[in-house]
Design a protein around this ligand. Structure first.
Ligand SMILES: C[S@@+](CC[C@H](N)C(=O)[O-])C[C@H]1O[C@@H](n2cnc3c(N)ncnc32)[C@H](O)[C@@H]1O
Length: 338
């Protein structure tokens, strides 16, 4: 009995420890502490770390203890601080396909937990046009590693896709958001042309600016439209949607609209989170993080979906050669051809 109580208490307190780690890592990123430690592969002592980051030495000491306890920092032989192995890539390198650093920032925005808690009784919803521009930026940073896994590595798993993109295809990106995917697509497949569609004005304006700065805006048309309202016919060789299909207001209508927008043999690729099909599959780290994302999804009136629903959806709407593959524990692609 006593042992069982201790075990159960351990489960609770493990969550408190996770929260401490989450806040510690978020501060380490936002205050530039990890970045500064990373500049010193042979180690940096606390006073230099405080001096170089312009932070209070005593507070830096408190932070470093918590970061060490969370296993993101190590001490070198001489007692100086170094990053734990691979944390430079995982936390600091936004272009690394396995980058997870952006998740820490997004989770501390009020749009994830605070607004949900405030609206718990009313069930009041919101949408992208009402969230902060900082939150849109934070979400787009979490989308970046999805694009970096897709282009070109995961795309190569979809039969015939890379060939078409390299040769020159007309591509629709649904819910193109802040345009990180469009920038990568235009640079990777210079023979192709692109249309980025999104229902949110601010996201489209960020995408426009990004593409102008990247020098690839001539390859892209931007279209303001809800996915449910698109009336395009026979225009595209490829349609892609990254971490947004689950946000459809009417997923059958959206799938029909995409089918109509594709040319014959056109490919539709859904890149999304693979939410567990059953509660019994939710007791693991990726699923627990996805269950956190569900708070924001609920606020905008949807939920992440299991991969099975995308497979069934594409089959239901007459797509051929429907298949899927897991890219990471939080990333699966599902595709089909017209
Ligand atoms: C999670 S963000 C992803 C953006 C981008 N694909 C990325 O990975 O960074 C979702 C985007 O989809 C757009 N969106 C969501 N539902 C939509 C709908 N039904 N019609 C049009 N746009 C929608 C939002 O405005 C937002 O820009």
């Amino acid at each position: 009995m006593q042992e069982e109580i201790q075990q159960q208490a351990g489960k609770l307190l493990g969550n408190v420890a996770g929260y401490v780690g989450m806040r510690t890592i978020e501060m380490g990123l936002s205050k530039g502490l990890f970045k500064e430690i990373n500049r010193h592969p042979n180690g940096i002592n606390l006073s230099d770390l405080a001096k170089n980051t312009n932070l209070d030495p005593f507070y830096v000491n408190v932070w470093a203890n918590a970061a060490y306890a969370s296993e993101v920092l190590e001490l070198n032989g001489g007692g100086a601080l170094v990053l734990a192995p691979h944390m430079d890539k995982l936390l600091l390198d936004a272009e690394f396909p396995g980058h997870v650093g952006a998740v820490f920032n997004v989770m501390q925005h009020p749009e994830v937990f605070d607004t949900f808690a405030k609206n718990f009784s009313s069930g009041k919803r919101t949408w992208w046009d009402e969230v902060s521009t900082d939150f849109i930026k934070a979400v787009s940073n979490t989308g970046r590693p999805f694009y970096n896994r897709l282009i070109p590595t995961a795309f190569a798993k979809v039969p015939g896709l890379e060939e078409r993109l390299n040769k020159g295809a007309n591509v629709l990106e649904l819910c193109s958001g802040a345009g990180i995917g469009l920038e990568k697509l235009t640079k990777t497949y210079p023979n192709s042309t692109f249309t980025g569609q999104d229902g949110d004005d601010h996201s489209l304006s960020v995408a426009k600016k990004r593409l102008e700065e990247a020098g690839t805006s001539s390859k892209v048309s931007l279209l303001k439209s809800m996915m449910e309202d698109m009336e395009i016919e026979n225009e595209f060789d490829v349609a892609l949607i990254n971490i947004s299909m689950h946000e459809s207001r009417d997923i059958d209508k959206v799938t029909q609209n995409v089918y109509r927008a594709l040319k014959k043999d056109g490919i539709f690729i859904i890149s999304d989170f693979p939410y567990p099909e059953n509660m019994s599959e939710s007791r693991n780290v990726p699923a627990r993080i996805m269950s956190g994302i569900q708070y924001f999804e609920a606020l905008i009136g949807d939920q992440l979906l299991p991969t099975k629903s995308y497979v069934e959806l594409l089959k239901k709407h007459k797509f051929k050669n429907v298949a899927f593959t897991d890219i990471s524990p939080v990333h699966t692609i599902t595709w089909g051809t017209k």
